[in-house]
Design a protein around this ligand. Sequence first.
Ligand SMILES: C[S@@+](CC[C@H](N)C(=O)[O-])C[C@H]1O[C@@H](n2cnc3c(N)ncnc32)[C@H](O)[C@@H]1O
Length: 199
Amino acid sequence: MDAEAWNARYASSDLVWGADPNRFVAAELADLAPGRALDLACGEGRNAIWLASRGWTVTAVDFAGAAIDKGRRLAAHEGVQVEWRVDDVTAFKPDAGFDLLLWSYLQLAGSDRERALQHAIGAVAPGGTFLFIAHDLRNLAEGVGGPSEASVLYRAADIASLLAGFTIVHAGEVLRPVMRDDGTTADAIDCLVRAVRYP
Ligand SMILES: C[S@@+](CC[C@H](N)C(=O)[O-])C[C@H]1O[C@@H](n2cnc3c(N)ncnc32)[C@H](O)[C@@H]1O
């Protein structure tokens, strides 16, 4: 989806992803000492705002201006500061000084994926944390929800293989219960990679 399609999606309802942080973001990062964080493809800022409320200095980037506008309003309502930026993560090259790089459900394919991952990994400071959460390739056949195009799905091992100079803390699948339209729940299959750059 391009920025226009995402803007249309964000314009069509209140909060698409809700105000609470993603469950894996909260579980993985609750105990991490705050520093500088970069939330790539932040959407409406649920994770950026949660991090800022915990003392992080957060830069949040998304190419959908409508999402950033909602993030700004939500942050003002919560009384937290976030540096918002409307930009395409396949072009935006952040500086290298982030203590946390968060990649949450940014589903890219091909050379866009390669470029954005290269920039993201390069942005992590020595001793900093790279946290990657996304829809897993296996979700297509065995999970629920998420993108229906295999090219934008990930395997944790492929992401971990890019992380030279990092200690891999975790790389694998995680399950996220999802409520279906008929009221029953089923597991979505996500992949999660957490790694720390060598000091
Ligand atoms: C599934 S949403 C996830 C939002 C947020 N990370 C979260 O977890 O709530 C994917 C987001 O990626 C953004 N996005 C997709 N491609 C992008 C790109 N090339 N540059 C910047 N943002 C992008 C979309 O606008 C959308 O907000």
